[in-house]
Design a protein around this ligand. Structure first.
Ligand SMILES: *Cc1c(COP(=O)(O)O)cnc(C)c1O
Length: 422
């Protein structure tokens, strides 16, 4: 499928008149429409709820939009909990799916009334010691081990993943938690990432539904919700077929009817913790070509770099690039599109066929709305960019300002060496 930016060149020229590149831009209308479709796809389950994975796009303005769409948040750290709380999420609007959890974070999650999802059986004692009790509602993360296969081959390798409890451990955990006062149980698993297939959720659901029936039967614990977590992907490449969220919802419904309903568990709520699916296509990184370099290869240097978007440098991830205003020009030039870090992996694209790029051209790097800005860092003393929101009414709002040197030096404020820049 052809990938088109959600913003026009005219609009970008207007935006860059107010805000310098690079910046991340988000599409409010797209976010809302996608959230509405997800909700509709799971409307057959009255308890359904999406807990947006905050780590994908930790911005309070984005969280507030998702809150209006009926989502909760999924947090994995103290600051994500704080941001959720500040945005008005409270109690069981918040899922705390963390691992290797600092005890103080269990304490804060409990203070907020969040649902705590335990990554390991040993965390039961840690939680009880921290709180002085076991919460009435509790969830456990499951890892079936081995490899996770779908019809198109091996998707992921849970046996090598650090997350979750073994089958034996989750049965034992449910018994212990029940004995110590837990009353409403949840099961969670995340077995494959960025799946671009309608099969993943239904297959995962079947595994978890069968487990839930056995757990309830053998331990007497009442399973109240099953959390399919994240992992529904998006087509980063133009040749990939996008997921059909309605087919996914329907596949989960069939597994539900087949496994849970006959076991008398037709009241179990389905939860999701999607991050990428909720935001990735509705964000882009806007950057300008500032240099061209002709050596052993043809390079175009842009004003963004890997600190603004780490995925290509970190895992060779593909992000589609549109040279704005040249959408219909032939892709007859082969470029490496690079940033300015002193790291040779700082390349947004390698050997990419694109239209001829001139210095000053605006480039849109697609699908950066999730795990884009949020994976940013400050290597080479680079500063994080602004985040902008293209609002549903067509106006543009800054939802995070760009960092300044003052921000970068702020952690030296105790010793005054950098005071002239503070
Ligand atoms: C990262 C993460 C998610 C979101 O994953 P996506 O691939 O963005 O959907 C959900 N739950 C947990 C526990 C995670 O760590």
């Amino acid at each position: 499928m052809e990938k088109k930016p959600f913003v026009t060149l005219d609009k970008l020229n207007e935006i860059t008149g107010r805000f310098p590149t690079p910046f991340h831009l988000y599409d409010e209308a797209g976010i809302r429409e996608n959230a509405r479709r997800l909700k509709e796809a799971f409307a057959w389950n009255p308890g359904f709820r999406e807990y947006f994975a905050v780590k994908a796009t930790p911005n309070p303005f984005i969280l507030r939009i998702l809150k209006e769409c009926g989502c909760g948040t999924d947090c994995s750290s103290m600051t994500e909990l704080m941001m959720s709380e500040a945005c008005g999420f409270s109690g069981q609007d918040i899922m705390f799916s963390s691992n290797d959890t600092p005890p103080a974070e269990f304490g804060f999650a409990n203070d907020l009334g969040a649902i705590i999802n335990l990554d390991d059986i040993t965390h039961i004692d840690c939680l009880e010691k921290t709180l002085g009790f076991i919460p009435k509602t509790i969830s456990c993360r499951y890892n079936p081990g081995g490899v996770f296969r779908m019809s198109n081959g091996i998707m992921d390798n849970p046996g090598e993943a650090k997350y979750g409890m073994t089958t034996e451990q989750i049965f034992e955990a449910f018994r212990i938690l029940r004995a110590r006062g837990a009353e409403r149980f949840g099961i969670h698993a995340f077995l494959a990432s960025n799946t671009v297939t309608n099969e993943y959720y239904p297959m995962l659901a079947k595994i978890l539904f069968e487990l839930a029936v056995k757990l309830q039967k053998e331990t007497g614990a009442r399973v109240a919700f099953i959390n399919l977590s994240g992992g529904v992907g998006i087509p980063y490449r133009p040749d990939q077929e996008p997921n059909d969220i309605f087919a996914i919802g329907e596949g989960v419904r069939r597994a539900y009817e087949e496994v849970l309903v006959p076991a008398g568990m037709g009241d179990v709520a389905i939860y999701t913790e999607l991050g990428r699916f909720m935001l990735a296509p509705y964000g882009c990184l806007v950057t300008r070509a500032i240099h061209e370099k002709h050596t052993y290869k043809e390079y175009v240097g842009v004003d963004a770099c890997a600190v603004n978007l780490m995925r290509p440098a970190m895992y060779g991830a593909y992000h589609h690039i549109t040279v704005m205003g040249k959408e219909d020009s032939p892709c007859d030039h082969k470029y490496d599109i690079v940033g300015s870090l002193c790291e040779n992996n700082d390349k947004f694209a390698i050997d990419r066929m694109l239209p001829k790029i001139e210095t000053g051209d605006l480039l849109v790097i697609h699908d950066t709305g999730a795990h884009g800005f949020s994976m940013g860092y400050n290597y080479n003393g680079k500063l994080r960019s602004a985040e902008l929101l293209l609002c549903a009414d067509g106006t543009v709002k800054m939802i995070r300002r760009a960092e300044t040197p003052k921000d970068y030096f702020a952690t030296f404020d105790f010793c005054h060496i950098m005071d002239k820049y503070l």
